[in-house]
Design a protein around this ligand. Structure first.
Ligand code: SF4
Length: 105
């Protein structure tokens, strides 16, 4: 037996729906902010070693220095690209390493 929706019950349900959408949106945003182009644990040992040697990090803390702004970076998929220094290894556009060289032009 269902009860008719009163205005106050309708408002509660609408608010619950908006709240769930907001939570889902925040979860998606958090996931994309932390997503990596290549799962670090799944990288070949040679890539892990080269990245470690270059001090590569997935997220640069310097707005003026990141893989997307580096001369050695070639954009591939959205937010990801290939790094010449890493032998074409896939890196995050937001990543950074000690071999960063600013892109000219
Ligand atoms: S050299 Fe370093 S900063 Fe430049 S694209 Fe490769 S990993 Fe990123």
């Amino acid at each position: 037996v269902s009860q008719p929706l009163t205005p106050s019950r309708r408002a509660v349900l609408a608010g619950l729906g908006i709240g769930l959408c907001a939570i889902a949106g925040a979860a998606r945003a958090a996931a994309s902010a932390t997503a990596t182009c290549r799962e670090p644990a799944a990288l070949p040992l040679s890539q892990k070693s080269r990245r470690r040697g270059l001090g590569y990090v997935e997220i640069s803390t310097d707005a003026k220095r990141s893989c997307a702004l580096c001369a050695f970076y070639s954009a591939a998929a959205q937010g990801c690209g290939a790094c010449q220094i890493l032998g074409g290894g896939i890196v995050s556009a937001n990543g950074l390493c000690n071999s960063f060289a600013p892109r000219k032009g």
